[in-house]
Design a protein around this ligand. Sequence first.
Ligand code: CMC
Length: 383
Amino acid sequence: MRDFFPGLAGVVATKSNISSVDGQQGILEYRGIRIEELAAHGTFMETAYLLLFDELPTSSALRQFEEDLLIHRRIKYRITDLIKCLPESGHPMDAIQAAVAALGMFYPATNVRDPEARYWAAIRLLAKLPTMVAAFARLRHGDDQIQPNDNLSYSENFFYMLFEQKPDPAIAKMFDTSLILHAEHTMNASTFSGLVTASTLADPYTVISSAIGTLKGPLHGGANEAVIHMLRAIGSVEQVASFLDQKIEAKEKVMGFGHRVYKVKDPRALILQELAQHMDKDQKPNSLLTIARAVEQEMEQRVGHKGIRPNVDFYSGIIYHQMGIETDMFTPIFAMSRVAGWLAHCFEQYQHNHLFRPDQIYEGPHNRPYESIESRKPSTSAI
Ligand code: CMC
């Protein structure tokens, strides 16, 4: 009997130089640099450069990188038309997945061995994703799309495209820090999904649209949105204990808790919690943050001994909510940031490619007869 690891838990899928996690000590590094350092001193642009090029940029390299991104922020009117045609009730993750796949039709990058093609695909994806996210956020409400503002930084410009005004510098900085913290995380589900697609030598746009599809699920990036729905459903600090008892009794997952690798509190959650506290200085009795902190305390008593603690998605949504961003935009914002890590893994995969083609253990029957249609019985299998 061959070994089978459900969910590929503990199976090594690749060798990588991009990031590392120590799940026992709660350490996350990008290219060997602790995320606490990057969050305290860096910007998302520097982080994206670091992930792609293995070094923090010199000032001239950063200037060139930012200029290249700046001139590619706009999207073709046909992409805007495509976004306009999508149902306004649809999830924004589906909209950006479709828009990213369509980008690849406008800017073919099929020669994945060509470093120039890879560079410009990376620039376009990083630069245009925020524009596409903001476009869907506005167009679905019947509002005009706001064109990128070339005088604003990456994070300021995203707010400008969403709200038609420049954010307070402190808000822009906190948002940028959140992007830094979401930019990369070793071999998670969406990165692996992108890697599988890259291993077929599909172009980077196709790779990123695969990864976006995987990020959407509530067990992965979709958890940041699910956390807000959960905190709203709890409604008050008094309800926290009974809510958690019911969930745990029913063996249901509490959103924003647990991780395949971390057995201590996710280091990203620690920083995001600080940012959320900074934004909610009043700590009103039943604010989302106050309820969240009560959930964390009660969860520690119930499942802390199993190593189930807040993950990155527990506090990030609270920050975006405090910034006035709509709940279903949280996972697309995660994608805007994670595209940096996905691209780094995609390019690493192209460089030492080996097609992913795992095996399975077949458990069905063999040699079944082909029955005539008259003698067949209705299927009792559920799909
Ligand atoms: N709430 C309650 N119990 C949990 C939770 C949770 N959030 N997570 C794990 N457990 C329990 C689970 O019930 C099981 O208990 P037992 O051994 O008694 O049956 C044990 O812990 C192991 O759970 P598992 O589902 O086998 O563990 P996993 O490594 O497959 O799960 C996870 C990882 C992230 C899928 C899971 O913790 C989960 O579903 N969490 C909620 C969704 C979430 O917050 N996802 C975001 C993940 S991190 C960031 C990201 O990827 O975006």
